[in-house]
Ligand binder design. Structure first.
Ligand code: HEC
Length: 96
């Protein structure tokens, strides 16, 4: 089991670093509430992603996974209102 985790470690670490390549992401409509939620909750582990990184249909699953990541780190979670603002924002500028 330890061996398995060790094998996976470089993979996990490099996965963590991937999104950081876009550390200069310019967010659309940067002063909107949705963009502010994104900056507040999506910058702890990597640069906030571009909304165009996913389709509107894909975003809810990504957000769910990221909330779980916040939970695992015992970071403050988005409340329902913030989650909705973020989703609406991501969907508005999502990849078509
Ligand atoms: C607690 C740390 C953490 C926070 C906070 C976090 N992420 Fe992530 N994120 C990760 C890690 C680790 C990965 C790489 C592994 C993966 O994809 O799950 C990742 C990868 C991603 C990716 C690339 C993979 C994919 O599915 O496209 C996107 C996009 C992303 N995060 C969006 C977000 C958004 C949006 C938020 C804010 C709601 C957020 N992240 C907040 C840790 C975090």
């Amino acid at each position: 089991m330890t061996r398995f985790v060790l094998l996976l470690l470089p993979l996990l670490l490099s996965a963590c670093e991937l999104p950081q390549q876009s550390s200069h992401t310019v967010l659309p409509d940067p002063d909107s509430e949705g963009a502010l939620v994104m900056k507040q909750y999506c910058s702890d582990c990597h640069a906030p992603p571009s909304p165009a990184a996913h389709t509107a249909k894909e975003w809810p699953n990504v957000i769910y996974r990221m909330q779980e990541r916040r939970r695992m780190k015992a970071y403050t979670l988005m409340d329902e209102r913030e989650e909705k603002l973020l989703l609406d924002y991501l969907k508005e500028y999502a990849k078509s």
